[in-house]
Ligand binder design. Structure first.
Ligand code: ADP
Length: 243
């Protein structure tokens, strides 16, 4: 799509959302039989799958840590996930996204319980529409819980930014491409930030307001993550009781 004349008109964005509205979210837990934990996460036009393996043996062994687990995170975009075919394999962007996503989750994982072991997180982006790193972190956080990895809390993530001088929550691809700022954020339910990046410019007051918007967005996502986990496990326990 070429640059639209306006990205927001009378307070309504091109996809019909209000400035502080998230895109629709769909969560499915335990979608992969061979992973210890897994989650399919839809976030508007983003479709991602997270798979968690571990705690398990570390290969190569020199990556082992004697007093804690190593957390490894691989973010990968399928070549068919974007409009023009993406060259398969890792690139600078995917290495960066993997690093910041791992760092967004590590603070809540009790790594010290599992010395000499690895916790491996794989995120595959099947369809991308801006916000894939936040979708991946949301999915990975649920997949970690599904794998039974002890965590202090879940992590929730969404982006906030600016289009046509208006602050908006959860930018889609056109807003990301033609907007003035894009700021992905991840946090714990009590508002401790574990990821913050910024592309573009925000004034000091805008930054403060944007942070509040992101916080409200993350809290809403946290409720959905929690509800999805509770749904899965209460259904499972009910099933076991009826056997
Ligand atoms: P995020 O997906 O976390 O918002 P970026 O801001 O880097 O990360 O990317 C924004 C969007 O740009 C992606 O969600 C995707 O739709 C698109 N994109 C990223 N990399 C590529 C690529 N190599 N080819 C085509 N589109 C891409």
């Amino acid at each position: 799509m070429s640059k639209p004349e306006k990205l927001i008109e009378s307070g309504i964005r091109l996809d019909g959302r209000r400035p502080d509205e998230l895109r629709p979210i769909k969560i499915e837990i335990g979608v992969l039989n061979r992973a210890d934990g897994s989650c399919y996460f839809e976030f508007g036009g983003n479709k991602v799958i997270a798979a968690v393996y571990g705690p398990r043996e570390v290969h190569p062994r020199h990556q082992q840590k004697s007093n804690s687990a190593v957390v490894r995170y691989r973010y990968n975009m399928a070549s068919f996930s974007v409009e023009d075919r993406k060259r398969p394999g890792p690139d600078r962007r995917s290495i960066e996204v993997s690093k910041v996503s791992r760092e967004a989750l590590e603070p809540v994982i009790f790594q010290e319980y599992f010395p000499r072991s690895a916790i491996d997180i794989f995120v595959e982006v099947l369809q991308a529409d801006a916000g894939t790193r936040t979708a991946g972190i949301n999915a990975a956080s649920i997949a970690l819980a599904d794998a039974g990895i002890p965590m202090k809390s879940l992590i929730s993530a969404c982006a906030v930014g600016k289009i046509d001088d208006t602050l908006v929550l959860d930018l889609n691809k056109d807003e990301d491409n033609y907007g003035q700022a894009d700021m992905p954020i991840a946090m714990t339910p009590d508002g401790r930030i574990t990821l913050i990046q910024m592309d573009g410019n925000l004034k000091r007051d805008e930054f403060k307001e944007a942070l509040e918007m992101a916080k409200t967005g993350c809290m809403a996502i946290h409720e959905m993550q929690k509800a999805a986990l509770m749904d899965k496990y209460s259904a499972q326990i009910e099933g076991e009781n009826n056997e």
